[in-house]
Design a protein. Structure first.
Length: 629
């Protein structure tokens, strides 16, 4: 597609920036939104491919469920004539594969930062039941500010959806594929964790762990061989950090992290001093080189045949000898196990599980270790009452009698769960505030006079609908309609601060308070108000109140002046005049003091707070014409 071509009368092609197996990728300008975007266009030779179209459909379907700063947004999926295209967010930078090649070696601090952002993106997907299945550096973008974004959800597995991938095939990039995927088994969230472990390995070493003469050979290394040592290739890596790689890439799902947040916590604490002497996990094999990381789909029967052929070298004699050796070992293990169990039961002291609730994870681990107990599993859950990374409970519970060195499972808080704010505009304030309170939000209310809506209707909300917010930190303000008769403003002068605030609340007014020295009122008392006493006011109006900070005699002390005007009514056929008054009430430039309507000549008093050398100024407009100055 040529530079300058405009797709669907909206997207102007700027330049070709890449190509994949079935698509060409272009940098384009969205003329409607005035922003740069990335457009993936199915190549001409694949325009009739249902597989390519489903790839686009699944990518849009998957990402539309997600809301994360670390996932590339999909803006549009459309067709122009015979051209099918996908419009996504443009990330100014390059993919992680190129970043690794150009910046290797990368500091462990930067590696942890990159992986932490990447894990946050994968966690967002997992929380919505989406398994990426093709995590690799080529599908991770990093912008000029170091912000990481995951892309290409085209072969993602969405829970309760039927993926387009055929069932008897292996899908994914062969250098990052999990053992279970390589053998054609169902991908799970732990399959993505395996791929994250391989990416972490590559960030730390500059290369992938396995390479071979064919994709089949590489796939089988994922199923058979342990990950080569990271520390042997990068001496700056701590044992705890290498252990994150080893645990994430464990062959057995039971040995792997249960979820990505567990991996993230292990990663973030891997450089802590209390983990310096951490023992090494034993999953070590020789190192390998890398290739281009192209996504492969392997036939499951070929992989099974490879496995069968690989083990045909065993003969019956070896099997017979092995059986004898295994039998002897088994008898010996049973004998030793019996002795161990006897001594364990007879001599090991029983201890009580200490109360570690509300302690940090590290504090809890230390407390349990001091009690001769071991932490075997950490489960993270959202909790509105317990702080993030603090223990909610133990299993077995506090006070349970346990044998020395028994295993304890911890449930740890991930903090408040961020929620997507609904649209409350048009709803009753009671219903809206109740729903938000249940989510944990602190709700504030402001008021606006309106004859178009019933009193108590939400007119506006400070956090826009579909915005992801944290109820623990974010305050939401709801603007509520007030539809009542007007009332005359009371005399607030001399009231205490508590009294005037009570009056403001009772009349649903929006008050702005000023605190200054006064020559007329002692500290804590109102010495000036706007609107003035007797002025017609309605619920939801903005008012200004000046409260004394104490009496002080000074030439430069602010002084109060009230200017009373009679505004003449002029019949214009509408039965009312719109009046707008500008004034320099606080000695500043003139700004709008009040806008209102009159049906007859009306007297109004404007209060001023001025320095000794300043004078009161005002301008009065009637139906847009200046009539007083």
């Amino acid at each position: 597609m040529k530079k300058g071509f405009i797709l669907s009368d909206r997207y102007e092609i700027i330049d070709k920036i890449g190509e994949g197996g079935m698509v060409n990728v272009y940098l384009s300008k969205d003329l409607k939104e005035n922003r740069l975007v990335t457009i993936k266009i199915i190549r001409l030779d694949f325009q009739g491919s249902q597989k390519a179209k489903r790839h686009f459909k699944f990518e849009k379907l998957a990402i539309n469920k997600l809301n994360s700063d670390h996932i590339v947004q999909v803006y549009d999926l459309d067709r122009s004539d015979d051209i099918q295209y996908l419009v996504t967010e443009y990330v100014e930078g390059y993919d992680l594969k190129r970043y690794i090649q150009e910046h290797n070696p990368i500091s462990t601090t930067e590696v942890i930062s990159i992986m932490s952002q990447l894990i946050d993106a994968v966690n967002e997907a997992h929380q919505h039941g989406i398994i990426h299945r093709d995590l690799k550096p080529q599908n991770v973008l990093i912008d000029k500010n170091g912000v990481v974004k995951v892309t290409d959800f085209g072969i993602a597995l969405i829970e309760n959806q039927i993926p387009f991938t055929q069932t008897n095939a292996v899908v994914g990039s062969i250098h990052y594929i999990s053992p279970e995927q390589a053998l054609g088994k169902k991908a799970t969230k732990q399959s993505d964790i395996y791929s994250l472990g391989i990416i972490l390995y590559e960030l730390l070493t500059g290369k992938v762990p396995f390479d071979g003469e064919s994709p089949l050979n590489i796939a089988m290394k994922h199923t058979d061989e342990d990950i080569p040592s990271v520390i042997e290739q990068n001496h700056n890596v701590s044992q705890a950090l290498e252990n994150v790689v080893i645990k994430a890439t464990a062959k057995k799902l039971d040995d792997r992290y249960n979820n990505v947040l567990e991996m993230k916590n292990d990663l973030l604490t891997s450089m802590n001093k209390d983990r310096i002497d951490e023992p090494k996990l034993h999953f070590i094999s020789p190192k390998r080189e890398i290739d281009n990381g192209e996504t492969k789909v392997l036939n499951l029967n070929d992989l099974k045949k490879y496995k069968d052929d690989d083990y045909q070298e065993d003969n019956s004699n070896n099997n017979h000898m092995m059986l004898k050796q295994l039998s002897l070992i088994l008898v010996l293990l049973i004998f030793l196990s019996g002795i161990f169990l006897f001594f364990n039961y007879t001599f090991f002291t029983r201890v009580s599980v200490p109360n570690v609730e509300n302690l940090t994870l590290n504090q809890a681990k230390k407390e349990l270790k001091d009690s001769h107990l071991l932490v075997s599993k950490v489960k993270y859950v959202y909790d509105s009452e317990v702080k993030a990374n603090h223990v909610i409970s133990t299993n077995p519970g506090t006070g349970t009698k346990m044998i020395n060195h028994s295993s304890i499972a911890l449930t740890v808080s991930s903090g408040y769960k961020k929620v997507k704010v609904d649209n409350y505009v048009g709803e009753s304030i009671d219903i809206a505030a109740g729903r938000l309170a249940k989510l944990g939000f602190h709700v504030q209310q402001s008021y606006r006079y309106s004859t178009e809506f019933k009193s108590g209707t939400v007119l506006q909300q400070s956090i826009q609908p579909r915005t992801v917010a944290n109820p623990q930190k974010d305050i939401i303000t709801l603007t509520v309609s007030i539809n009542t008769k007007t009332f005359k403003m009371a005399n607030l002068i001399g009231m205490t601060e508590a009294e005037v605030k009570r009056y403001v609340k009772q009349n649903n007014l929006n008050a702005k308070y000023f605190y200054e020295k006064s020559s007329s009122q002692k500290a804590g008392r109102v010495y000036q108000q706007n609107p003035t006493t007797g002025l017609e006011t309605k619920y939801g109006d903005n008012i200004e109140i000046w409260i004394s900070k104490g009496i002080q005699n000074s030439k430069n002390l602010s002084h109060s002046v009230d200017v009373t005007l009679t505004i003449p009514f002029k019949d214009n056929g509408n039965g009312k005049n719109k009046i707008t008054i500008f004034a320099n009430q606080n000695g500043e430039d003139e700004k709008v003091y009040r806008t209102f309507y009159i049906k007859q000549s009306t007297k109004i008093t404007i209060p001023y707070s001025l320095k000794a050398h300043q004078h009161a100024k005002y301008k009065v407009y009637r139906d847009g014409q200046l009539i007083m100055k």
